[in-house]
Design a protein around this ligand. Structure first.
Ligand code: ATP
Length: 497
């Protein structure tokens, strides 16, 4: 992760927000290459999800909505994470990410240890237990630790569990619910009547506008409403770079189906669609898996939720959640607003609230997955046969921030420069391209490899003096071949879609 974070900064993918003031935890900026890559992820999703389908329409709703939306949706009462405070250090922890265990020697508990959730939580607790045993000079057999998280701690245990910040027990509080919505006030008054929230998800925009879309959009069941936009969550512990931040972007789609439809089949179809889409933008199947939420942990209205998981360097984590939510959301808004959220069934002549399947994914999490899967360091031979290291981002042409880099072989030959610039200008009308004339060709290739540019073309004397062909160099194989301009355009047309 550290290497990747360093690359992101060095090449202008991602910066810490407000870095000149020391940064602000949980917020990030996307630099010139990052903004392109992110836009490509959004555009691919929008094209495949909305434009290339006849059953889905796209909308864009406001970030601040009527506060009653969030009462009806259950967010005001229930969009909480369990929070534990350390009174000594003023640190805050998510209770379900703070683990502890009694330290038991020969059947006697000699104290407690704690560790923050990581890839090796159990090992960290075991090491801490051994240290505690040594420190207390207790003889006997240390039993294996039994990790539990703080939501499972009994009141009498909480006072004995050491804070991860100080290593001392006695300062941790019992878990309490912390609402993750950011609050603000609308208008000049800052009292209870003006409280509003930054949306914690984009989904409610689709539900609140359901009637508007049905009345104006000529949609027929089954159909979907999709949107891409910023969401905000006051996460207790933002972490793992852009994986969990406080301001992030979501791509969500609500697929409305008949109340009698086979929801399980539809749910499965959407899980498959989402997986195929991730493959289409270059994520390897080997890094993807599915996790079915256990029935007993689902919200009462939920029929089932499956997450598509991605193997990040810090563990296998949720990338995309696909939830079967029944008629809950529209039903809640119907109750709270008094406005019927129904569809009329021509065959049965019945009105009913449609059910919904919701695939919800974070753009930033896809961004990170793409970088993690695409990053490689390799040993390669240069023109003279010397072995050197190259860093390469194997990004799909669909989402690579730069599609083609155009080089004149030499920068002091006006005829080469003019031809290269002309090609650059022409390609620029449709694609993100980059012109580079400085340094040896090998160095220019390396710079492009590091930012994931799939192809480089070099204009040389043969281009000018012979048949107009130029060298196409392919990023992954590093193979070079001569091609003509129409061939390059056809290649781009086929691979960048
Ligand atoms: P988690 O369990 O990781 O907190 P969640 O189940 O609360 O996620 P959802 O409410 O289902 O997430 O949101 C849908 C998607 O939005 C997630 O699958 C994820 O890709 C993205 N997402 C949610 N929270 C964040 C965040 N804090 N930062 C970045 N992306 C997020």
């Amino acid at each position: 992760m550290e290497t990747l974070v360093a690359l992101c900064k060095r090449r202008g993918f991602i910066f810490q927000s407000s870095e000149i003031y020391g940064g602000i935890n949980g917020f990030f900026d996307y630099g010139p290459l990052g903004a392109e890559l992110k836009k490509n992820i959004r555009d691919c999703w929008w094209d495949d999800m909305v434009r290339r389908r006849d059953d889905i329409v796209g909308i864009e709703t406001s970030i601040i909505m009527h506060p009653k939306v969030w009462e009806a949706s259950g967010h005001v009462a229930g969009f909480t994470d369990p929070l534990v405070d350390c009174k000594a250090s003023k640190q805050r922890y998510r209770a379900d990410q703070l683990f502890f265990s009694p330290v038991v020697v020969d059947g006697n508990t000699i104290g407690y240890v704690s560790a923050l959730e990581s890839e090796r939580t159990a090992e960290a607790l075991q090491e801490a237990a051994e240290t505690l045993k040594r420190k207390k000079s207790v003889q006997g057999k240390l039993e294996p630790v039994q990790p539990r998280d703080m939501t499972e701690a009994k009141a009498e245990e909480i006072v004995l569990i050491p804070s991860p910040a100080t290593g001392e027990p006695g300062s941790l509080t019992a878990p309490r619910s912390f609402n993750m919505m950011f609050q603000t006030n609308v208008g000049a008054m800052t009292d209870a009547s003006s409280v509003a929230y930054l949306r914690p998800e984009t989904a409610q925009g689709m539900f609140a506008d359901f009637k508007n879309v049905v009345d104006t959009g000529r949609v027929k069941l089954p159909f979907g409403i999709a949107q891409i936009g910023k969401s905000f969550r006051n996460e207790i512990t933002p972490r793992n770079f852009i994986f969990r931040s406080r301001e992030f972007e979501q791509m969500e789609m609500e697929y409305f189906i008949h109340e009698d439809a086979d929801w399980a089949a539809c749910h499965r179809q959407w899980i498959n669609w989402c997986k195929d889409w991730l493959l289409s933008i270059g994520l390897p199947a080997s890094h993807l898996s599915e996790f079915d939420h256990p029935k007993e942990k689902l919200a009462f209205y939920s029929r089932g939720t499956t997450d598509i998981m991605f193997h990040y360097p810090f563990g296998v984590q949720e990338l995309w959640g696909i939830a079967a939510r029944g008629a809950y959301d529209l039903g809640q808004h119907e109750k709270a607003s008094g406005v019927p959220q129904v569809i009329f069934d021509e065959t049965t002549k019945k009105r009913f609230i449609p059910h919904v399947i919701e695939p919800a994914v974070g753009v930033d999490r896809i961004f990170l997955a793409i970088l993690c899967a695409g990053y490689a360091e390799e040993e390669v031979k240069d023109d003279k046969g010397n072995v050197e290291k190259r860093t390469v981002l194997r990004l799909s042409p669909r989402i690579a921030p730069v599609k083609v880099a155009v080089f004149p072989l030499l920068k002091n030959k006006p005829e080469l420069v003019a031809r290269a610039q002309a090609l650059h200008k022409k390609l620029q009308r449709r694609y993100a391209v980059f012109y580079d004339e400085s340094g040896a060709i090998g160095r220019r290739y390396r710079r492009q490899d590091e930012i994931g540019t799939p192809w480089c073309v070099t204009i040389d004397f043969e281009t000018i003096e012979k048949d107009g062909s130029f060298t196409l160099r392919e990023r992954d194989s590093m193979q070079q071949r001569r091609i003509q301009e129409p061939e390059l355009l056809a290649l781009l047309d086929e691979q960048v879609y």
